[in-house]
Design a binder for this molecule. Structure first.
Ligand SMILES: [Zn+2]
Length: 334
Protein backbone atom coordinates (compact mmCIF):
# COMPACT_ATOMS: atom_id res chain seq x y z
CA UNK A 1 0.00 0.00 0.00
CA UNK A 2 1.26 3.46 -0.70
CA UNK A 3 -0.09 6.93 -0.45
CA UNK A 4 -0.27 9.09 -3.50
CA UNK A 5 0.39 12.74 -2.85
CA UNK A 6 -1.21 15.41 -4.98
CA UNK A 7 2.15 16.74 -6.11
CA UNK A 8 3.19 13.27 -7.27
CA UNK A 9 0.03 12.95 -9.32
CA UNK A 10 0.80 16.13 -11.23
CA UNK A 11 4.46 15.36 -11.67
CA UNK A 12 4.12 13.48 -15.01
CA UNK A 13 1.89 16.24 -16.30
CA UNK A 14 4.47 18.88 -15.36
CA UNK A 15 7.17 16.90 -17.13
CA UNK A 16 4.94 16.75 -20.19
CA UNK A 17 4.36 20.51 -20.33
CA UNK A 18 7.98 21.23 -19.61
CA UNK A 19 9.02 18.93 -22.48
CA UNK A 20 6.47 20.54 -24.78
CA UNK A 21 7.71 24.04 -24.07
CA UNK A 22 11.28 22.89 -24.54
CA UNK A 23 10.34 21.31 -27.85
CA UNK A 24 8.63 24.50 -29.05
CA UNK A 25 11.55 26.60 -27.92
CA UNK A 26 14.05 24.38 -29.69
CA UNK A 27 11.93 24.34 -32.86
CA UNK A 28 11.56 28.10 -32.99
CA UNK A 29 15.21 28.58 -32.17
CA UNK A 30 16.53 26.13 -34.73
CA UNK A 31 14.26 26.59 -37.69
CA UNK A 32 13.02 30.16 -37.60
CA UNK A 33 15.70 32.38 -36.18
CA UNK A 34 19.08 30.84 -36.85
CA UNK A 35 20.04 31.95 -40.35
CA UNK A 36 21.27 29.31 -42.76
CA UNK A 37 24.93 29.79 -43.65
CA UNK A 38 26.06 29.29 -47.22
CA UNK A 39 29.37 27.48 -47.00
CA UNK A 40 29.64 25.69 -50.33
CA UNK A 41 28.29 26.47 -53.80
CA UNK A 42 28.56 23.88 -56.57
CA UNK A 43 28.79 25.21 -60.13
CA UNK A 44 27.89 22.69 -62.81
CA UNK A 45 28.92 23.47 -66.40
CA UNK A 46 26.27 21.60 -68.45
CA UNK A 47 27.26 18.68 -70.71
CA UNK A 48 30.90 17.90 -71.59
CA UNK A 49 33.07 15.28 -73.25
CA UNK A 50 31.03 12.93 -75.43
CA UNK A 51 27.88 14.98 -74.70
CA UNK A 52 28.21 18.27 -76.62
CA UNK A 53 24.72 19.56 -75.72
CA UNK A 54 23.15 21.68 -78.42
CA UNK A 55 25.17 23.29 -81.21
CA UNK A 56 24.94 26.15 -83.68
CA UNK A 57 23.60 24.78 -86.96
CA UNK A 58 22.06 27.47 -89.16
CA UNK A 59 22.98 29.86 -91.95
CA UNK A 60 25.76 32.08 -90.59
CA UNK A 61 26.39 30.10 -87.40
CA UNK A 62 29.68 30.03 -85.54
CA UNK A 63 29.08 26.28 -85.20
CA UNK A 64 29.69 26.52 -81.47
CA UNK A 65 28.95 23.78 -78.96
CA UNK A 66 26.98 24.25 -75.76
CA UNK A 67 29.50 22.25 -73.66
CA UNK A 68 32.23 24.81 -74.45
CA UNK A 69 30.02 27.82 -73.75
CA UNK A 70 28.88 26.39 -70.41
CA UNK A 71 32.45 25.63 -69.36
CA UNK A 72 33.72 29.11 -70.32
CA UNK A 73 30.92 30.91 -68.45
CA UNK A 74 31.27 28.58 -65.45
CA UNK A 75 35.02 29.19 -65.12
CA UNK A 76 34.43 32.95 -65.10
CA UNK A 77 31.59 32.48 -62.63
CA UNK A 78 33.84 30.46 -60.30
CA UNK A 79 36.50 33.23 -60.41
CA UNK A 80 33.95 35.99 -59.78
CA UNK A 81 32.33 34.09 -56.90
CA UNK A 82 35.69 33.42 -55.25
CA UNK A 83 36.40 37.17 -55.34
CA UNK A 84 32.92 38.14 -54.12
CA UNK A 85 32.74 35.48 -51.36
CA UNK A 86 36.27 34.50 -50.31
CA UNK A 87 34.87 32.66 -47.29
CA UNK A 88 32.66 30.32 -49.34
CA UNK A 89 33.86 27.15 -51.09
CA UNK A 90 33.14 27.48 -54.79
CA UNK A 91 33.42 24.07 -56.42
CA UNK A 92 32.97 23.38 -60.16
CA UNK A 93 31.78 19.89 -61.12
CA UNK A 94 34.18 19.95 -64.07
CA UNK A 95 37.00 22.23 -65.25
CA UNK A 96 37.83 20.38 -68.48
CA UNK A 97 35.96 18.81 -71.38
CA UNK A 98 34.83 15.61 -69.64
CA UNK A 99 31.53 13.73 -69.48
CA UNK A 100 29.70 13.12 -66.20
CA UNK A 101 26.17 11.77 -66.19
CA UNK A 102 23.49 13.43 -64.08
CA UNK A 103 23.72 10.81 -61.33
CA UNK A 104 27.45 11.46 -60.97
CA UNK A 105 26.82 15.20 -60.93
CA UNK A 106 24.20 14.93 -58.20
CA UNK A 107 26.44 12.61 -56.20
CA UNK A 108 29.34 15.04 -56.60
CA UNK A 109 27.23 17.93 -55.27
CA UNK A 110 25.99 15.89 -52.30
CA UNK A 111 29.42 14.52 -51.40
CA UNK A 112 30.82 18.05 -51.35
CA UNK A 113 27.96 19.15 -49.05
CA UNK A 114 26.80 21.92 -51.35
CA UNK A 115 24.38 24.51 -50.01
CA UNK A 116 23.47 25.58 -53.54
CA UNK A 117 23.67 23.89 -56.92
CA UNK A 118 23.86 26.10 -60.01
CA UNK A 119 23.79 24.48 -63.46
CA UNK A 120 24.93 26.52 -66.45
CA UNK A 121 23.39 25.66 -69.82
CA UNK A 122 22.55 27.22 -73.18
CA UNK A 123 19.27 26.82 -74.99
CA UNK A 124 18.03 25.84 -78.45
CA UNK A 125 14.61 25.55 -80.03
CA UNK A 126 13.22 22.14 -80.97
CA UNK A 127 13.66 22.56 -84.72
CA UNK A 128 14.64 25.39 -86.99
CA UNK A 129 12.73 26.47 -90.08
CA UNK A 130 14.38 25.85 -93.41
CA UNK A 131 14.83 28.46 -96.12
CA UNK A 132 16.32 28.32 -99.61
CA UNK A 133 17.82 30.69 -102.12
CA UNK A 134 18.87 30.48 -105.76
CA UNK A 135 22.64 30.36 -106.01
CA UNK A 136 22.90 29.78 -109.77
CA UNK A 137 21.41 28.03 -112.78
CA UNK A 138 22.28 24.92 -114.68
CA UNK A 139 21.22 23.52 -118.00
CA UNK A 140 19.24 20.34 -117.78
CA UNK A 141 18.68 18.00 -120.73
CA UNK A 142 15.38 16.22 -121.20
CA UNK A 143 13.60 14.31 -123.97
CA UNK A 144 10.10 14.15 -125.39
CA UNK A 145 8.88 11.58 -127.85
CA UNK A 146 6.32 11.07 -130.56
CA UNK A 147 5.47 8.30 -133.02
CA UNK A 148 5.90 8.17 -136.79
CA UNK A 149 4.57 5.65 -139.28
CA UNK A 150 1.77 3.13 -139.02
CA UNK A 151 1.39 -0.56 -138.35
CA UNK A 152 4.66 -2.53 -138.14
CA UNK A 153 6.74 0.47 -139.21
CA UNK A 154 5.46 2.63 -136.33
CA UNK A 155 8.45 4.07 -134.45
CA UNK A 156 9.08 6.08 -131.33
CA UNK A 157 11.13 9.19 -132.06
CA UNK A 158 12.87 11.16 -129.34
CA UNK A 159 13.57 14.88 -129.39
CA UNK A 160 16.30 16.40 -127.24
CA UNK A 161 15.56 19.63 -125.34
CA UNK A 162 17.41 21.75 -122.81
CA UNK A 163 16.08 23.96 -120.07
CA UNK A 164 17.55 26.29 -117.45
CA UNK A 165 16.92 25.27 -113.86
CA UNK A 166 17.72 27.09 -110.66
CA UNK A 167 20.28 25.69 -108.27
CA UNK A 168 18.96 26.14 -104.73
CA UNK A 169 20.86 26.27 -101.51
CA UNK A 170 18.87 25.08 -98.51
CA UNK A 171 19.68 26.34 -95.05
CA UNK A 172 18.31 26.55 -91.54
CA UNK A 173 16.98 29.90 -90.38
CA UNK A 174 18.21 30.95 -86.91
CA UNK A 175 15.54 31.31 -84.26
CA UNK A 176 14.31 34.74 -83.26
CA UNK A 177 14.08 33.58 -79.64
CA UNK A 178 16.77 35.05 -77.45
CA UNK A 179 17.42 35.77 -73.81
CA UNK A 180 17.89 33.99 -70.51
CA UNK A 181 15.55 31.76 -68.53
CA UNK A 182 16.04 29.81 -65.31
CA UNK A 183 14.52 26.42 -64.66
CA UNK A 184 13.63 24.90 -61.32
CA UNK A 185 11.88 21.67 -60.53
CA UNK A 186 8.13 21.68 -60.40
CA UNK A 187 6.97 21.17 -56.83
CA UNK A 188 4.08 18.83 -56.12
CA UNK A 189 1.78 21.72 -55.36
CA UNK A 190 2.25 23.98 -58.30
CA UNK A 191 2.38 27.66 -57.68
CA UNK A 192 0.20 29.50 -60.20
CA UNK A 193 2.55 32.42 -60.26
CA UNK A 194 5.32 30.34 -61.75
CA UNK A 195 4.94 29.23 -65.31
CA UNK A 196 5.13 25.52 -65.94
CA UNK A 197 7.27 24.46 -68.84
CA UNK A 198 5.98 21.40 -70.61
CA UNK A 199 8.16 19.53 -73.01
CA UNK A 200 7.81 21.04 -76.44
CA UNK A 201 6.14 24.14 -75.05
CA UNK A 202 7.34 27.35 -76.70
CA UNK A 203 9.50 25.28 -78.99
CA UNK A 204 12.04 24.52 -76.31
CA UNK A 205 14.13 21.50 -77.02
CA UNK A 206 14.44 18.66 -74.60
CA UNK A 207 18.15 18.11 -74.92
CA UNK A 208 18.64 18.88 -71.26
CA UNK A 209 16.99 15.70 -70.21
CA UNK A 210 18.24 12.75 -68.27
CA UNK A 211 17.91 10.13 -70.97
CA UNK A 212 21.52 9.06 -70.46
CA UNK A 213 20.92 8.13 -66.83
CA UNK A 214 17.94 5.72 -67.16
CA UNK A 215 15.77 7.52 -64.65
CA UNK A 216 12.62 5.72 -63.56
CA UNK A 217 10.14 8.42 -62.63
CA UNK A 218 7.92 5.90 -60.84
CA UNK A 219 10.67 4.58 -58.60
CA UNK A 220 10.49 5.12 -54.84
CA UNK A 221 13.94 6.74 -55.08
CA UNK A 222 12.66 9.39 -57.48
CA UNK A 223 9.44 9.98 -55.55
CA UNK A 224 11.29 10.35 -52.26
CA UNK A 225 13.72 12.86 -53.69
CA UNK A 226 10.89 14.82 -55.34
CA UNK A 227 9.02 15.04 -52.05
CA UNK A 228 12.13 16.11 -50.16
CA UNK A 229 12.82 18.75 -52.76
CA UNK A 230 9.31 20.20 -52.75
CA UNK A 231 9.24 20.32 -48.94
CA UNK A 232 12.65 21.81 -48.38
CA UNK A 233 14.13 23.37 -51.44
CA UNK A 234 11.39 24.57 -53.78
CA UNK A 235 10.87 28.00 -52.24
CA UNK A 236 14.58 28.73 -51.97
CA UNK A 237 15.25 27.52 -55.50
CA UNK A 238 12.52 29.84 -56.74
CA UNK A 239 13.91 32.80 -54.80
CA UNK A 240 17.39 32.20 -56.18
CA UNK A 241 16.07 31.74 -59.73
CA UNK A 242 14.12 35.02 -59.50
CA UNK A 243 17.19 36.92 -58.32
CA UNK A 244 19.27 35.46 -61.15
CA UNK A 245 16.67 36.44 -63.75
CA UNK A 246 16.47 39.95 -62.36
CA UNK A 247 20.24 40.49 -62.23
CA UNK A 248 20.84 39.03 -65.70
CA UNK A 249 18.14 41.26 -67.20
CA UNK A 250 19.38 44.38 -65.37
CA UNK A 251 23.05 43.86 -66.10
CA UNK A 252 23.01 42.46 -69.62
CA UNK A 253 19.91 44.23 -70.96
CA UNK A 254 18.91 41.04 -72.77
CA UNK A 255 15.38 39.58 -72.70
CA UNK A 256 14.30 38.11 -69.38
CA UNK A 257 12.38 34.96 -70.28
CA UNK A 258 11.48 34.29 -66.66
CA UNK A 259 11.57 31.45 -64.16
CA UNK A 260 10.08 28.18 -65.36
CA UNK A 261 9.35 24.98 -63.57
CA UNK A 262 9.58 21.62 -65.20
CA UNK A 263 8.44 18.28 -63.85
CA UNK A 264 10.59 15.90 -65.80
CA UNK A 265 14.05 15.93 -67.22
CA UNK A 266 15.74 17.73 -64.34
CA UNK A 267 16.53 14.73 -62.20
CA UNK A 268 19.91 16.23 -61.37
CA UNK A 269 18.12 19.05 -59.57
CA UNK A 270 16.07 16.78 -57.28
CA UNK A 271 18.85 14.39 -56.56
CA UNK A 272 20.95 17.20 -55.17
CA UNK A 273 19.95 17.69 -51.56
CA UNK A 274 20.10 21.50 -51.72
CA UNK A 275 18.30 24.33 -53.52
CA UNK A 276 19.14 24.01 -57.21
CA UNK A 277 18.63 26.01 -60.40
CA UNK A 278 19.42 25.48 -64.08
CA UNK A 279 20.22 28.62 -66.06
CA UNK A 280 19.60 28.61 -69.81
CA UNK A 281 21.95 31.51 -70.49
CA UNK A 282 20.89 32.12 -74.11
CA UNK A 283 20.07 30.48 -77.44
CA UNK A 284 22.91 28.85 -79.36
CA UNK A 285 20.71 28.90 -82.49
CA UNK A 286 19.94 32.61 -82.29
CA UNK A 287 22.38 34.72 -84.34
CA UNK A 288 22.95 37.43 -81.69
CA UNK A 289 22.83 35.14 -78.67
CA UNK A 290 25.35 32.70 -80.15
CA UNK A 291 27.82 35.54 -80.68
CA UNK A 292 27.10 36.98 -77.27
CA UNK A 293 27.55 33.62 -75.50
CA UNK A 294 30.85 33.02 -77.27
CA UNK A 295 32.23 36.51 -76.62
CA UNK A 296 34.46 37.49 -73.74
CA UNK A 297 32.08 40.40 -72.98
CA UNK A 298 28.97 38.20 -72.94
CA UNK A 299 30.55 35.53 -70.75
CA UNK A 300 31.89 38.18 -68.35
CA UNK A 301 28.51 39.91 -68.09
CA UNK A 302 26.55 36.72 -67.47
CA UNK A 303 29.06 35.44 -64.88
CA UNK A 304 28.99 38.79 -63.06
CA UNK A 305 25.18 38.97 -63.07
CA UNK A 306 24.87 35.45 -61.63
CA UNK A 307 27.52 36.32 -59.02
CA UNK A 308 25.59 39.42 -57.96
CA UNK A 309 22.40 37.36 -57.68
CA UNK A 310 24.16 34.78 -55.49
CA UNK A 311 25.58 37.52 -53.25
CA UNK A 312 22.06 38.93 -52.80
CA UNK A 313 20.63 35.49 -52.16
CA UNK A 314 23.29 34.75 -49.55
CA UNK A 315 22.58 38.04 -47.79
CA UNK A 316 18.88 37.19 -47.80
CA UNK A 317 19.19 33.71 -46.28
CA UNK A 318 21.95 34.61 -43.85
CA UNK A 319 20.04 37.55 -42.43
CA UNK A 320 17.91 36.47 -39.44
CA UNK A 321 14.21 36.30 -40.33
CA UNK A 322 13.14 39.04 -37.92
CA UNK A 323 15.56 41.47 -39.52
CA UNK A 324 14.85 40.33 -43.05
CA UNK A 325 11.15 41.03 -42.62
CA UNK A 326 11.59 44.62 -41.52
CA UNK A 327 14.62 45.56 -43.59
CA UNK A 328 13.48 44.30 -46.96
CA UNK A 329 15.77 46.25 -49.23
CA UNK A 330 14.95 44.59 -52.50
CA UNK A 331 15.67 47.60 -54.67
CA UNK A 332 17.15 46.32 -57.89
CA UNK A 333 20.49 47.89 -58.65
CA UNK A 334 24.02 47.23 -59.70
ZN1 LIG B 1 22.06 21.95 -71.91
Amino acid sequence: MFELKKSQLFYPLRIFFFSLSLLLFVNVGTFSQTPHKIKTIIIDPGHGGSDPGTHGDYQGTLGSFEKNITLAISMKLVDDLKKAMPDVNIIPSRTTDVFMNVREKAQFANEHHGDLFVCIHADAVASLKTGSKIVGYKTEVYHTHHYVGKGKSRKKVYTRHTRRVAIRHYYKIPTSRKGTSTLILAARQTNDKIKALEEGDLGYNTEDDDSTANINYDSPEYKASALLYSQNYFRKSYQLASLIQQEVADETGRPNLGVWQRQKGLWVLHATQMPAVLIETGFVDNYDDERYLNSEKGQDEIAQAITDALVKYRKMVETPKTLANTASDNTPGK
